[in-house]
Design a protein around this ligand. Structure first.
Ligand SMILES: [Zn+2]
Length: 527
């Protein structure tokens, strides 16, 4: 898609900002948009995205994105591209969007969007890093802020509305409802882009960042090749990224030259060994398969994926011929990774078609392919838990779950969902509590915790967890309603919460109250 910032260059027809009389904030002056002001615009957009039905928090795919995103951020920081102020003020958060089209975009305030279609289409983790590194660099180089500063005296609420309008217009209409509605941005969409210089800078900076983060620079050229091919096929509709990032021969030539000059390996030693690349490929093909299925491709496509997986299985050596030992020794070849991707897709597709026996037999064939690779094996283990959940099968005891991966959100949340479905809330609330203590802005974890407390007959805690989940998605007034409900419950039934819980709720109520007031005040100023 059009990087959402593009649109702010547009002077929409008849959209002279309300109250252009001088009560407007700093935006219009010659001064650069402050990081705080840009973040506020970003927060408005984020608030709307959280409410959009196509906003998707899939812990498995999000953890995969984070495994690319965090090294890129760290590299940008180490290279001095990420200024201290925006580092602290911006969100640096990626939204996953349930949309089959190939797109990634940067938003004001350090928010980013990634369509499922992008993950499904890129051929390697390096290609994914190439796209994300480029978008990240648009923000670190303050391109968005520069574009918005050029938006002479445009009210921030209007900028936010226009960007939301572009997001809505850019959606693949077949991908589901487009609840995001906004300003009159449609007309602006085709006209405006980051300047050519900005694109070149994002290419150059992004390339350095991705190399330093340990990714292979050829991800850029192979991504360009993919886009070029799509462009030749006139396939732009499915590749909105191509619309906002036209491939000029100059861009391609520069990327090729850059790659030839770069060291063949990433600066992180060892990352580029053949074995490592093979392992990354197995995980990537599985994650790409997951993205394809979560994009809801339709029943026919699901059947085709199951058929494809079965065909692969028939070409694999018999299970009995595979000892665990030989699996460990089997190299992560390209063929293996294609098999792993097809089988992962087959398991999930069969499960969605409610053919659980078929899913299970494919899962049994997938396990040996992923076993030698820690991250891939873990993804397959989670797939098994998901399959049981869909099939309504009682999960193993909490104790039998592998808890080994520290900080693994996908693991914590998938296991929690499974145990909650089996009415075993007592097994999960402690672990979720620990998790939210370390990740207080994890809305999904708070939501699961609310369910856990609810089913353990702890209504005050349940309401508080629900409140925190609203606050984490920037719905402060929704959060405040719930905090007040929790206070009311504590008053009406003494003993429903202990002293510590009670004082946490009082403190949080005051904090959220002041956020609500601040937001209302800001709304007035922004208009
Ligand atoms: Zn760009």
């Amino acid at each position: 898609m059009l990087t959402a910032a593009n649109v702010v260059l547009a002077q929409p027809a008849g959209a002279a900002p309300a109250g252009a009389s001088g009560s407007l904030p700093s935006l219009g002056d010659n001064s650069e948009l402050s990081a705080a002001a840009e973040r506020r615009i970003g927060d408005r957009i984020a608030t709307a995205i959280y409410r959009d039905p196509d906003y998707l928090d899939d812990p498995v795919l999000n953890d995969y994105l984070q495994s690319v995103w965090q090294p890129l951020l760290a590299a940008a920081r180490a290279r001095g591209e990420l200024g201290a102020e925006i580092d602290e003020r911006f969100a640096w958060q990626i939204f996953l969007v349930r949309d089959r089209s190939v797109n990634a975009f940067a938003l004001p305030g350090g928010y980013f969007g990634v369509h499922l279609g992008l993950i499904a289409t890129v051929g390697s983790v390096d290609e994914l890093a190439a796209v994300l590194g480029h978008e990240l660099s648009h923000v670190t180089q303050r391109h968005i802020s520069r574009l918005m500063t050029q938006q002479n005296r445009q009210a921030p609420w209007m900028i936010a509305a226009m960007i939301l309008g572009v997001l809505a217009a850019g959606k693949n209409p077949s991908a589901g409802s487009a609840a995001i509605v906004g300003g009159q941005a449609v007309a602006a969409q085709s006209q405006l882009n980051f300047s050519r210089d900005m694109e070149r800078e994002a290419d150059r900076v992004g390339f350095g960042v991705m190399l330093d983060a340990g990714f292979a620079g050829r991800g850029v050229t192979s991504m360009f090749e993919k886009l070029q091919q799509a462009g030749r096929l006139n396939d732009n509709g499915a590749f909105p990224y191509l619309r906002s990032h036209p491939l000029t021969t100059e861009r391609i030539a520069e990327a090729q030259a850059r790659q030839q000059l770069a060291p063949t390996a990433g600066s992180k030693p060892g990352k580029e060994t053949v074995a490592e690349a093979g392992k990354a490929r197995v995980l990537h093909t599985m994650m790409a398969a997951r993205a394809r299925i979560l994009a809801a491709p339709g029943v026919d496509a699901l059947h085709a994926m199951v058929a494809e997986a079965r065909q692969r299985v028939s070409a694999l050596p018999a299970l009995s011929a595979l000892s665990a030992q030989s699996a460990v020794e089997s190299p992560a070849t390209a063929a293996n990774s294609r098999d792993a991707g097809a089988l992962y897709a087959g398991v999930l597709a069969a499960a969605q078609l409610r053919d659980f026996a078929g899913a299970r037999s494919l899962l049994a064939r997938l396990k040996p392919l992923s076993a030698p690779i820690e991250r891939a094996a873990s993804a397959v283990e989670l797939l098994g838990i998901e399959l049981d959940l869909l099939a309504g099968v009682e999960p193993p005891s909490a104790a039998s779950f592998d808890m080994a991966r520290a900080g693994a959100r996908d693991q914590v949340l998938t296991q929690a969902r499974s145990l909650l479905a089996a009415q075993r809330a007592a097994d999960v609330s402690g672990r979720l509590q620990t998790w939210v203590a370390g990740h207080p802005k994890d809305a999904m974890a708070w939501q699961l915790l609310a369910v856990a407390y609810g089913s353990q007959n702890q209504p005050v805690r349940a309401i508080r967890a629900d409140a925190e989940s609203r606050a984490a998605q920037l719905d402060y007034s929704g959060a405040l309603d719930r905090f007040k409900a929790a206070q009311g419950l504590m008053r009406s039934s003494p003993g429903s919460a202990d002293y510590v819980e009670g004082s946490i709720i009082d403190t949080r109520t005051r904090q959220i109250e002041s956020l609500v007031k601040e937001q209302a005040l800001q709304d007035k100023i922004d208009r």
